[in-house]
Design a protein around this ligand. Structure first.
Ligand SMILES: [Zn+2]
Ligand SMILES: [Zn+2]
Length: 346
């Protein structure tokens, strides 16, 4: 089969390799579509501490079941089309036992502990079928569109934790692809005003079709001041940092309304993870700083519903659909910022 092999950091390409065998109790899927995400780009260029090279990554996978392993006893059958998100929980730790799967102490991921989906075929182990994030793609959702369910799931989790709802004024700092999810979800949950900020004019331009109430170029405008102005001095109920820039977390705290919530969605670079937030603002304004990470199976299911109902538009989110043989070209487009979301079809 054809697969994308990372030989060493920065050295990757499409190769002819042996098709994986079907694992006992698991299944073999034919990959129908697989999304390229920022995490993949990082691993392709710099490797990953949980990935032993040479390796196949790719974790936003839609696949069709073509073979069931020895002793298979799970829900799905040959011919089923599945959305395969990578997270596999242990089911045994305190967090799993309390239903907080995203905090599992021993979670593993497909495309890290097992070979991933930038390939024609992918083996799915039994534990991923039992304690993972795999679901049937509903009628009417294309396998290409279903690949966005994985990145959307983390956003669903964040909005649940931030309890975004009716009447809220929401600021989203970061107009990247994930920022569009935050905007669509804020609207779907009933937010009154949604303000989107970024320092990049191109990203802001692309955001226009999502109809935010305000678009702010924070390289030209004082964002904190502008948000205070829009909210008549009160500040925003919810501020979401959907970017990796430490200064935006400082700003988020400064523009939140008293009693407001700051959702720290984007992680920061390791050496810049202490941004210098004025904690007295957090204290005296009674703010909630809310960290969120990955997702649980329920968020994954809700994300699929959002795509199926069109509340989140997969069509708009995906900018490029390319054959897997054009993988290297696709990654170049993404790295140069010429493609927002690339999905490969083997
Ligand atoms: Zn991803
Ligand atoms: Zn666990």
């Amino acid at each position: 089969m054809k697969a994308v092999i990372i030989n060493a950091p920065g050295d990757y390409g499409v190769y002819e390799v042996e098709k994986p065998s079907c694992p006992d109790g698991g299944m073999l899927v034919k990959v129908l579509a697989v999304g390229l995400c920022g995490g993949d780009l990082r691993t392709l260029r710099m490797g990953h501490h949980r990935v032993k090279l040479p390796f196949i990554v790719g974790h936003e996978v839609s696949g069709e079941v073509i073979e069931l392993g020895k002793g298979y006893d799970e829900r799905w059958q040959t011919g089923d089309k599945l959305a395969i998100a990578p997270v596999v929980y242990c089911g045994k730790c305190d967090f799993c036992q309390n239903g907080m799967f995203e905090l599992c102490n021993n979670y593993k991921e497909l495309a890290q502990s097992w070979q991933g989906g930038f390939a024609e075929y992918m083996a799915i182990p039994q534990e991923a079928l039992q304690r993972g994030t795999i679901q049937q793609i509903p009628e009417g959702v294309s396998p290409v569109h279903a690949t966005i369910v994985e990145p959307l799931s983390s956003v669903v989790n964040a909005h649940e934790k931030g309890n975004i709802g009716l009447g809220d004024t929401v600021v989203i700092i970061g107009a990247g692809p994930i920022g569009t999810f935050h905007l669509e979800l804020s609207k779907a949950r009933g937010a009154k005003i949604v303000i989107v900020a970024d320092i990049d004019e191109n990203r802001l331009e692309l955001m226009k079709s999502y109809n935010p109430d305000f678009l702010i170029n924070s390289s030209k405008t004082d964002l904190v001041e502008k948000v205070r102005e829009i909210t008549k001095g009160y500040g925003a109920d919810v501020v979401i940092t959907a970017n990796p820039v430490p200064e935006t977390q400082i700003q988020a705290v400064e523009m939140a309304k008293k009693g407001g919530r700051v959702l720290l969605f984007g992680g920061l670079p390791k050496d810049k993870s202490r941004p210098g937030i004025d904690m007295n603002l957090v204290h005296y304004n009674a703010l909630q700083l809310i960290g969120t990470t990955i997702f649980a199976p329920k968020h994954n299911r809700i994300a699929m519903d959002l795509v199926a109902s069109g509340k989140v538009s997969a069509e708009k989110f995906i900018s490029h659909v390319m054959p897997l043989t054009d993988f290297v070209e696709g990654t170049k487009l993404a790295l140069e910022g010429k493609a927002r979301k690339v999905v490969f079809v083997p």
